[in-house]
Design a protein around this ligand. Structure first.
Ligand code: OFO
Length: 176
């Protein structure tokens, strides 16, 4: 059974994950509009991952006989100055999520909730990976700057990455 404090903190995290879903989906729409379909596919795949994160916490709260209470999701930003600016924003967003996951672990420890603390380890590790992949693309777009041919090559690579990630996610859910 979850404590009230832990339940409130987990519900707040569900909202943050849904906010991340919204943000990445908005970035996907921005890149679609900009004609960068590979960037758009990458962002869309990432948005879907955020929804899975939200649902993972949602299911955990229910499993522990807690009450899921959904809160309003703030409207995300709709446009960015450049691909670089969008990825800077994405990295900043991931760093905030990392901080809030760490704060959740602290709460679980204070509450003496070992099950939640153990559950959150997956998210702690996931954030290391999330920051790394966003930062990897950010470094590339930073080096590319305004050089359109390189941007289109990266767009093609990101389309391939997004398709491979979607296939592997399908394989995982089929195997589950
Ligand atoms: Fe990209 O962050 Fe969720 O957890």
């Amino acid at each position: 059974m979850l404590t009230e404090t832990m339940t409130a903190a987990l519900n707040a995290q569900i909202n943050k994950e849904l906010r991340a879903f919204y943000t990445y989906l908005s970035m996907a729409a921005y890149f679609e509009d900009d004609g960068l379909k590979g960037f758009a596919a990458w962002m869309r795949h990432h948005a879907e991952e955020e929804m899975l994160h939200a649902m993972k916490i949602y299911d955990f709260v229910l499993q522990r006989r807690g009450r899921v209470t959904l809160q309003a999701i703030d409207a995300p930003r709709a446009s960015w100055e450049s691909a670089k600016n969008a990825f800077e924003d994405a990295l900043h967003h991931e760093q905030n999520v990392t901080a809030s996951i760490h704060a959740l672990v602290d709460t679980a420890r204070k509450e003496g909730d070992h099950a939640t603390e153990t559950f959150l380890i997956w998210f702690v590790n996931e954030q290391v990976e999330e920051e790394e992949i966003v930062d990897e693309v950010l470094q590339k777009v930073t080096r590319i700057g305004d050089f359109a041919p390189a941007l289109f090559l990266l767009d093609r690579d990101l389309a391939t990455d997004a398709a491979a990630a979607a296939t592997s996610a399908e394989g995982t859910s089929e195997g589950a």
